[in-house]
Design a protein around this ligand. Structure first.
Ligand code: PLP
Length: 386
């Protein structure tokens, strides 16, 4: 018998639950089971499931104009670009549909800038363990173990160094190097921070060598760490920033943001059918306007501190390892347990939690998660670990 989902390409192992509805921190399957969601579409639903601001923006913009081709201006694309320039301190924005597409654009922009201003320099130094997406170039930029053997030939032009080692970055820079690219916190790798001192050292080094600093904020941006962008904790300004995931509050939306001095795309260099469409851009404006409020970000800091505290207590009581991360992007290192199995058991206890490594659970709840929901998550996690 052919099953309901047998015509879907098998790109991941999914549990049998079929999700039908979400509200805030909760999601329901079609059998009526309720789950507390600390995955939130991989840190995508920044305001939780089906938040009023996103629904209102979808309806209001949908009634006005859904799409008009990127060949024409529309109002939301201009507003969203101005909001992202304002929050980042940078100047120009290219709107797109996924994180990989934003990073692909960052790589293209850096290569074009290198062709113009650095005598054809095009290599980008990236980090072991880094994750930048699943297109051919962003897979090559990523430092995921085993990825260099997939889909040959690999896109050339990336040199990898260990995260946090400024000497290794300095040694990897040659006359062919155009940029250094990294995540402020490696999310997919298991929540490893680059560190504020390291980000400042990278900014100083890249400025001194006359090359670009590209910060991939696709997971850490849009308030996830308690600042609008993760790099703001370090007080630096990158040349290029990419955002995605939380930007659309659940709808596909991403952006490439850059300083004026590096913006050298000419008509024809970059584009895409759905890029800057008013429906997604309108939602992005609503999300950014909500998240950039100082009181909203302060609440993320407080909820993040509470989550850290509860996870630390649990880890001490049950003999597990360290708690890593910042704001509402956190990880718990398990001792003597398989995180994938714990994640599967948690599903049976009505909790969605991700296992990015065999020894690590990752927590990326809605930025609006409550203390009660964090307490409930801890209770369900404790039951899953027992
Ligand atoms: C998720 C992610 C990406 C890729 O984004 P997609 O929207 O899945 O293409 C790139 N970089 C980082 C840091 C991410 O977390």
């Amino acid at each position: 018998m052919i099953g309901q989902f047998d015509h879907l390409m098998k790109i991941t192992d999914r549990p049998s639950a079929v999700m039908v509805r979400g509200a805030g921190s909760w999601i329901w399957d079609r059998d009526g089971r309720r789950y507390l969601d600390f995955v939130q579409g991989w840190a995508v639903n920044s305001l939780g499931h089906s938040p009023r601001v996103v629904l209102d923006a979808l309806v209001a913009q949908g009634e006005q104009l859904i799409n008009c081709s990127p060949a024409y201006y529309n109002e939301p694309m201009g507003r969203l670009a101005a909001l992202l320039a304002g929050t980042s301190g940078l100047d120009q924005v290219f709107l797109c549909n996924s994180g990989a597409e934003a990073n692909e654009g960052a790589i293209k922009l850096a290569r074009k800038w290198g062709a113009r201003h650095r005598a054809g320099a095009h290599e980008i130094v990236t980090m072991h363990g880094g994750f930048h997406g699943r297109t051919l170039a962003t897979m090559a930029a990523s430092g995921k173990a085993g990825w260099d053997a997939l889909f040959p030939p690999v896109v050339p032009g990336f040199r990898k160094v260990p995260l946090g080692n400024i000497g290794a970055v300095a040694d990897a820079i040659t006359p062919r190097t155009v940029a250094v690219m990294l995540e402020p916190i490696q999310g997919e790798a298991g929540v490893f921070e680059a560190g504020d001192d390291h980000l400042r050292a990278l900014r100083a080094l890249t400025a001194e060598r006359g090359i670009l600093l590209i910060v991939d904020e696709i997971q850490t941006g849009i308030g996830r760490t308690g600042r609008f962008f993760g790099y703001q904790h370090a007080g630096i300004e990158p040349d290029i920033v990419t955002v995605g995931k939380g930007l659309g509050g659940g709808v596909p939306l991403a952006a490439l943001v850059a300083a004026e001095r590096v913006c050298c795309f000419e008509p024809g260099d970059q584009g895409g059918t759905f890029n800057g469409n008013p429906l997604m851009a309108g939602v992005g404006c609503a999300v950014v306007e909500t998240v950039r409020q100082p009181s909203f970000l302060q609440a993320v800091v407080a909820r993040g501190a509470y989550l850290t505290d509860r996870l630390r207590t649990l880890a001490e009581q049950l003999g597990h390892g360290e708690v890593r991360g910042r704001g509402l992007l956190q990880a718990l290192e398990l001792r003597g347990m398989d995180a994938k199995k714990v994640s599967a058991t948690a599903l049976d206890h009505g909790l969605l939690v991700n296992a990015p490594r065999p020894d690590t659970l990752r927590f990326m709840p809605a930025l609006t998660v409550t203390r009660e929901e964090i307490d409930e998550m801890i209770a369900r996690l404790r039951a899953s670990l027992d």
